[in-house]
Design a binder for this molecule. Structure first.
Ligand code: SF4
Length: 444
């Protein structure tokens, strides 16, 4: 049986698709090559924005068109929300999902290897829904993916083991979120915050290094919230992962600013293996808007964290998530936000435009809606500011000695890699240097 994966969304989804892919390959499935019809298609969906939902529906109809006889299984966050919404509804209410044979919630995703042993053809006119209400989900399903990421096309992020490259891997350390920010749908799709024991993650990380990985990226929904299931802490996890044997580096995924303590920053600064690279969600630089969003910090705390990182690690890459256009973000609040972000010494802004998400508290709030054109204008302003900040960051690094991990040949026939502080560099391709560290002088 030939299987095809299409994975959308975050690194966590890719890591989970990869874990499923490995399990299927070891059960005798093979990967459908490009242009080849698959027997089973697995669509791992995302629902972080309206645009993500739209992309999932498009991917579903493309899969159905290209694989008319395949069993198509939709799973992931958008599938979970759909399954929860559809429970008790007539099957005919499944509008937009007609191409799927199964809709599996996030928990049922991990039963796919058993499920597909029992199916070999389209089963019904309307999809069959298999899902546990997300608030009842306690289980943590581990996942590890290898890939040559940071290609512009995330779908190139390989989800089946035999196509992987071994340089960098993504280790799922945590799942779910208990925060319920008013604009965010993820807690409804991923459930409560949970994690495995540190000892299990250490074993997985050591296996990844033995398999040839040189960089491990820690992924999850709210990773610094690590420990809710086990009473351990994120700092303890970092300490354990920093003491493995071998030559490698660790990157920390996105950390909420209120959880990124000075103790953690101190440890990163003194660690042997953790890259000076932080990804911190700000979302708004207006305290009034942070209140509306029910975020867990003020902008003053955020600024303190950035200043502390700069003090301990002057050349660290600091990426910051910024959202624009949420309800109640008046022009005055946006101007205030902008002037706050302007003076932040960070390396890049990841700009997201707010879109209304069903079930979230924000859609019930009696606050002014920002028109679409104005959301775009604000997004464009922050994108331009981000370009300036990144340019300044690169310029500040010019002439420094940096350690690069060479990854693989890029589409232009050159070899690309990232420095520890996340600057992408290229050089002439040399297969012997792939997957090795090298100290170079950075030229901006
Ligand atoms: S911290 Fe807030 S934005 Fe992030 S996943 Fe949790 S609820 Fe969503």
């Amino acid at each position: 049986m030939k299987v095809r994966f299409v994975t959308l969304g975050c690194k966590l989804n890719f890591a989970e698709s990869s874990a499923l892919g490995k399990s299927l390959l070891s059960s005798g499935f093979t990967r459908a090559e490009d242009g080849e019809q698959a027997d089973i298609c697995i669509l791992n969906t995302c629902t972080v924005t309206d645009a993500a939902d739209h992309k999932c529906r498009q991917a579903l109809s493309r899969l159905r068109r290209e694989n008319p006889n395949a069993v198509i299984i939709a799973t992931g966050c958008y599938a979970q929300l759909t399954a929860d919404r559809m429970t008790g509804q007539p099957a005919a209410a499944m509008k937009g999902w007609e191409g799927a044979d199964y809709i599996l919630g996030n928990d049922a995703k991990f039963d796919i290897p058993e499920l597909i042993m029992q199916v070999s053809r389209r089963v019904a006119e309307h999809p069959i829904v298999v899902s546990t209400p997300i608030r009842e989900v306690d289980a943590f399903h581990g996942a590890l993916s290898f890939s040559h990421v940071d290609s512009e096309d995330e779908e190139q992020h390989t989800s089946i083991a035999d196509r992987t490259q071994r340089t960098r891997c993504f280790l799922k350390v945590q799942d779910g979120c208990n925060y319920f920010c008013t604009y965010c749908t993820i807690p409804y799709a991923r459930g409560k915050s949970r994690n495995p024991r540190i000892s299990e993650l250490v074993t997985e990380a050591q296996q990844a290094l033995t398999a040839g990985a040189k960089e491990i990226v820690l992924t999850g929904v709210n990773i610094a919230d690590f420990g809710r299931s086990t009473g351990e802490t994120f700092l303890q996890l970092l300490q354990a992962l920093d003491s493995l044997s071998g030559e490698y580096r660790l990157r920390i995924g996105s950390c909420e600013p209120n959880l990124l303590t000075e103790e953690i920053i101190d440890f990163v600064a003194a660690s042997r293996h953790i890259a000076p690279h932080f990804h911190i969600p700000l979302q708004s630089g207006s305290n009034e808007v942070l209140q509306i969003m029910k975020r867990h910090y003020t902008r003053e705390l955020f600024a303190e964290r950035v200043a502390y990182i700069r003090k301990q690690l002057p050349y660290a890459f600091i990426g910051v998530d910024c959202m624009v256009g949420v309800r109640g973000e008046t022009e005055e609040y946006f101007d205030d936000y902008l002037s706050f972000v302007r003076q932040l010494d960070v390396s890049q802004l990841h700009v997201f435009t707010y879109s209304e998400r069903a079930r979230t508290r924000m859609v019930e709030m009696d606050l002014a809606v920002v028109p679409a054109a104005e959301r775009k204008r604000r997004s464009d302003i922050l994108h331009r500011l981000s370009e300036q900040k990144t340019k300044a960051f690169y310029a500040a690094n010019a002439g420094r000695q940096v350690v690069v991990l060479w990854e693989s040949r890029n589409s232009k026939g050159q070899m690309a890699g990232f420095t520890d502080n996340y600057i992408r560099v290229t050089t002439d391709y040399n297969p012997e240097r792939v997957n090795t560290f090298e100290t170079i002088t950075y030229r901006s």
